[in-house]
Write a protein that binds this ligand. Structure first.
Ligand code: FUL
Length: 477
């Protein structure tokens, strides 16, 4: 046994790493929004200094149901609210500070925006999650051990009073406190509060469950691995790289936006791996907070779709920021973009053309892992051990016209596929339609619209076991 372990190759060790249940559940959401809303909405800043009086905060027409309705209709599955940004101002009446809605004119100090938004999310069937900035430029204990107690108390409030939360989102910013001291964050302490009170929630970015993709521009990797060397999950690493210009890393010369952090070549020689899937966070506008001057800079549907193809279609989740305005509403510019984006998705994915197709395969591990599962949507297919380049053939009763294929690996048993090719036959023999690298939770490959009688998927390289959970074909309507 000992000897076997020693001779195991790095990619074999990586192939054994699987997601936790909470990571698996989170992965299914695919896309959810961020709402950056707070004091900065009123001051026009991106990073507030914590000195603005609560009297400045007064969204006169706040309607969280409008947020939730538009977000839901566009196809998103959840919403994350900036309950407290770096300025320290809290959108809920926290017991532990005066710097909150309770001292603002909003609803005469009786408002609780976290409650309003979480209620609206539930009403519209959206998951709700919280962003709580560890960096706090208002709180006077910041920079001392006491601040960690303050922060945990706030976490406890959020985790106890707003129902089930799907995510706690921490960025890595760690600025100087008012006393000139640098805060040493008690990350483990923060995580244990969350695990105790919200065990199903993922802890993202400066957390163990979900990884920052490395940029805020919507740029995605060609080959996004969810299994990465464990040093990529290191807290200090995230903090170091999420707020600064990226600098060469201590290990393997890596920084947060390095293109390859998971290939067989890259991980060669390493032994410790973690499941740490990527999230692409990007704003629909140039800034994270609403600024009227950016009304005409809302991203076009073309840009949004490109981000979608790269992120959701490339084994990353998509966190799209849509910041409400001073009234407490999503502006007409953002709503228009959201609606267009939602309609576009409906057109792209109107009907799965592979639904009633016939499917055959070069090998199956056993009956339980039959290839029929990838069409019927139950269980998954796995190839036999000696099949080095498994082939799946999907046959249609009549020619179908398609322009994209959607593949999912069974990530519950790891991420393993490294390369695959897709061929099509419309009566003249097999022709290469598209090819790509990793699959993971989801890979969308777009190709020239064409008639197809049969489709063949060849998995040209994989780590230890090749699996697929589903294969779908679509054509834009
Ligand atoms: C960063 C913050 O500094 C930005 O203001 C924004 O909240 C972004 C999502 O995370 O770390």
């Amino acid at each position: 046994m000992q000897q076997m372990m020693q001779t195991e190759k790095s990619y074999e060790l990586a192939a054994r790493v699987v997601p936790s249940k909470r990571q698996l559940r989170w992965q299914e959401l695919e896309m959810y929004v961020f709402c950056h809303f707070g004091m900065n909405t009123f001051t026009g800043k991106e990073w507030g200094d914590g000195k603005t009086s609560p009297s400045e905060f007064n969204p006169k027409k706040l309607d969280a149901r409008q947020w939730a309705r538009e977000v839901k209709n566009a196809g998103f599955k959840g919403l994350l609210l900036t309950c407290k940004h770096h300025d320290g101002f809290c959108l809920w009446p926290s017991e532990y500070t005066d710097y909150s809605v309770k001292n603002s004119p909003y609803k005469n100090g009786k408002g609780d925006i976290v409650k309003e938004v979480s209620d609206a999310c539930r009403e519209y069937g959206l998951k709700f999650g919280v962003y709580l900035s560890p960096w706090d430029r208002h709180e006077k204990t910041y920079g001392t051990d006491e601040y960690n107690i303050y922060f945990k108390n706030q976490l406890r409030e959020l985790a106890s009073n707003y129902g089930d939360l799907f995510c706690f989102w921490f960025d890595g910013a760690c600025g100087e406190g008012p006393n000139g001291k640098k805060q040493v964050y008690d990350w483990d302490g923060y995580y244990s509060v969350i695990r105790e009170l919200q065990p199903d929630a993922v802890i993202s970015i400066s957390g163990p469950d979900v990884r920052w993709c490395g940029n805020e521009a919507g740029k995605t990797r060609e080959s996004e691995w969810s299994v990465v060397p464990s040093f990529v999950g290191n807290q200090a690493y995230t903090a170091e790289h999420s707020q600064k210009e990226d600098t060469p890393d201590f290990a393997k010369n890596v920084n947060a936006s390095t293109e390859d952090i998971g290939s067989r070549k890259f991980i060669d020689g390493l032994k410790d791996f973690i499941w740490y899937p990527a999230e692409t966070d990007v704003s629909i506008r140039p800034g994270w907070f609403y600024h009227r001057s950016q009304d005409f800079k809302v991203k076009s549907v073309k840009k949004l779709m490109n981000i979608y193809w790269g992120a959701v279609g490339g084994n990353s989740s998509l966190l799209l920021n849509i910041p409400p305005d001073k009234n407490g509403l999503l502006s007409k510019y953002d709503v228009r973009a959201l609606r267009r984006f939602g309609n576009e998705l409906k057109k792209e994915f109107s009907e799965n053309l592979a639904k009633n197709s016939k499917v055959s395969v070069s090998s199956e591990l056993d009956d339980e892992h039959s290839v029929i599962n990838i069409i019927e949507g139950e269980g998954f297919w796995q190839c036999a051990e000696n099949d080095t380049a498994p082939e799946i053939i999907i046959e249609f009763s009549e020619t179908v016209t398609a322009d994209k294929i959607v593949l999912k690996e069974n990530i519950a048993t790891g991420q393993q596929i490294e390369n695959f090719e897709v061929y099509g036959d419309n009566g003249n023999g097999w022709e290469l339609v598209t090819k790509s690298t990793v699959i993971g939770a989801k890979r969308i490959c777009r190709f020239k619209k064409q008639g197809l009688k049969r489709v063949k998927i060849v998995i040209t390289s994989y780590r230890v076991k090749a699996t697929l959970k589903s294969v779908e074909l679509y054509c834009r309507k």
